[in-house]
Design a protein around this ligand. Structure first.
Ligand code: G6P
Length: 590
């Protein structure tokens, strides 16, 4: 939620550098953008409504070595130029970009107004430069004033502030992620690594309750509360610049769908001893809970079936945002498994906090190494999908399911069997995603693009995939789509089926095949146009999307053509699949 990026150092193109870096963070928010540069000793700010990706190299951003910018996903205050970040103080010497919510901003703003400060935006963020300015009247030191300001704030935040007088950047974190990139000729500070990945791979993570100050040559990390200095390790990141680029594809979403030719195999490539240890931890836990949000939550739901069928173990799924009231069931012997692509989702972090407060252990399954969830969990496994840039999650989901399934096999002493199945599945996905196959799905999208409703049904692990299919189609194509458990149809949803309504049936060669085919027949009898995603054709299908037979890994395979269908529906309907309206990739507010 909101991209933050700043630079201070010896380079004199900081403005353009920040604009270019922000383009890599646009998945965090894209309703407006802004950049503050130090020019002639003062802050110059340029901001606009819309996407920063449309901005060419900007004149205003030349000849400066200190800059900070932002791409916004609006929370407080509508999408207007005045509400776009950065926000400055009265003297135009401080500019701030902010992520998160300062809950007591109204009270602080009133106090500042009485001291003569005036405000131009409706945001909570604008109080930050003004409060720092106010405290700088008492101490000339920018970093100390920023620290003091943080003590007044309630809520979760991460902000980056620049000061033209001291020529420094200060960043403070309580909840929202911030990472330092250590360059040869200066320092970068960003909410996410892709902002500076082409300049450096050396990073230093800012933890919650910490602050960092740098003038481009020196850098000091400290405790936000006490001011005590903290020594930080420099860590080298493993993602490559190419992995984070679109390459030959028109959109990141299609690239990431196609990445699944290899990413499932990368997810399976885990340290065996670690998987066995975690499998034992789940077997020995008294109560295991699985939580995640959005697409990651669907991986958790699928894992409930994996654990039941493969490991014969009961685990409890809850959307992370609903986990609060489960705390009654948590004890030190309980285990919470959290699943998150970004590793920064606020509701997931909140669930971890609840579990930790009860002494329970947390296992994280993340994609982003070094993310807050990855670092704060007791055990962590990475799915190694590589950067996922499109807002709609695709390859992260199949990687998450592969890792969860591997653990389920290990719980039943069948790790080798699980590895073999998943690696075979990976090579079947590789064969499946050939150009002819992708064209076939594009043609289907062309055919149904004008339909206003779409339904998806599945049973067992294909049921969460039906829910996930609906999310994919809704979020990128804006077609009304709903997923159901096949057996639930006749209890209500079937009333919505009319002549020609597209209905996708997710089918496997398994014990529930006959049931889901019956459900498809029920839909067809009401006029439904049946698209079967299945290893074998069936006379009920009007269109058959052939998928390889993957046994217990069928859910991993079946979701992929539907991801592609969602993508092509978006493109055919003239929508941008990478940046759907109203959404953001990393949701760091509750
Ligand atoms: C947002 C994204 C979804 C994602 C969800 C959870 O809503 O738009 O694609 O599934 O957050 O994100 P996480 O990073 O925790 O997997």
């Amino acid at each position: 939620m909101c991209g933050i990026f700043g630079y201070v150092g010896q380079r004199n193109d900081a403005g353009s550098l920040v604009i270019d870096g922000l383009k890599n963070l646009e998945y965090r928010g894209y309703d407006s953008w802004g950049v503050a540069c130090k020019t002639n000793g003062k802050v110059t700010i340029e901001k606009e409504i819309g996407k920063i990706s449309t901005v060419e190299r900007a004149d205003f951003a030349q000849q400066c070595s200190l800059a900070a910018g932002h791409t916004r996903w609006a929370t407080h205050g509508g999408v207007t130029k005045l509400n776009a970040h950065p926000h400055a103080n009265s003297n135009q010497t401080i500019a701030v970009v902010h992520n998160g919510i300062i809950e007591n901003y109204q009270e602080i703003r009133e106090g500042l107004k009485q001291k003569g400060h005036s405000f131009v935006s409706e945001t909570d963020s604008e109080i930050i430069p003004h409060l720092i300015e106010e405290y700088m009247k008492e101490t000339d030191d920018f970093a100390s004033a920023a620290r003091r300001a943080c003590k007044d704030f309630d809520g979760r935040f991460g902000f980056l502030a620049l000061n033209t007088e001291s020529n420094t950047l200060v960043a403070a974190r309580r909840g929202s992620p911030l990472i330092v990139g250590v360059g040869k000729d200066g320092y970068f500070i960003a909410s996410d690594i892709p902002a500076f990945m082409e300049h450096t791979k050396l990073v230093q993570y800012l933890d919650d309750g910490e602050m960092v100050v740098t003038d481009g040559t020196n850098i000091i990390f400290s405790d936000l509360e006490t001011g005590e200095e903290i020594q930080k390790r420099e860590i080298e990141i493993t993602w490559s610049v190419e992995q984070a680029q679109k390459g030959e594809f028109d959109h990141f979403m299609l690239k990431e769908i196609m990445d699944q030719k290899e990413s499932v195999a990368r997810a399976v490539n885990q340290n065996e001893d670690q998987i066995i240890t975690l499998a034992e931890a789940i077997n020995n836990a008294q109560g295991t809970f699985l939580v995640g949000c959005g697409t990651a939550a669907k991986a958790c739901m699928a894992a409930e079936y994996f654990f039941s069928v493969i490991a014969e173990k009961h685990v409890n799924f809850a959307p992370a945002s609903e986990f609060k009231l489960y705390h009654h069931f948590l004890k030190p012997e309980s285990l919470l498994i959290v699943v998150s692509q970004s590793g920064e989702t606020a509701d997931v972090l909140e669930a971890m906090k609840i579990a930790k407060s009860k002494g329970s252990k947390v296992l994280a399954i993340c994609n982003v190494e070094g993310s807050t969830i990855d670092r704060e969990a007791d055990y962590s496994l990475l799915i190694n999908a590589g950067p996922e840039r499109a807002v709609a999650s695709t390859k992260a989901l199949t990687g998450q399911m592969a890792v969860l399934m591997l653990i389920a096999y290990a719980m039943n002493d069948k790790l080798r069997e699980g590895q073999k199945l998943l690696l075979e599945t990976s090579s079947k996905i590789n064969d499946m995603l050939n150009p002819r196959y992708v064209n076939f799905i594009e043609e289907l999208a062309e055919k149904i693009q004008d339909k206003s409703d779409l339904f998806i049904i599945g049973k067992s692990w294909n049921y969460p995939m039906a829910l996930e299919s609906a999310i994919k189609i809704q979020e990128v194509s804006y077609v009304h789509a709903e997923g159901f458990a096949g057996g639930e149809l006749k209890h209500g949803p079937i009333a919505l089926i009319e002549e020609g309504t597209p209905c996708i049936a997710l089918v496997g060669n398994d014990e529930v095949k006959a049931d889901i085919i019956s459900n498809a027949i029920e839909l067809k009898a009401r006029g439904g146009f049946i698209v079967g995603v299945a290893p074998e054709n069936n006379e009920v299908f009007d269109v058959w999307i052939k998928v390889p037979d993957a046994g217990t890994a069928q859910a991993i395979v079946n979701i992929i053509p539907v991801q592609a269908l969602a993508y092509f529906l978006a493109v055919k309907r003239g929508k941008d699949p990478d940046m759907p309206r109203n959404l953001a990739k990393s949701v760091t507010v509750k």
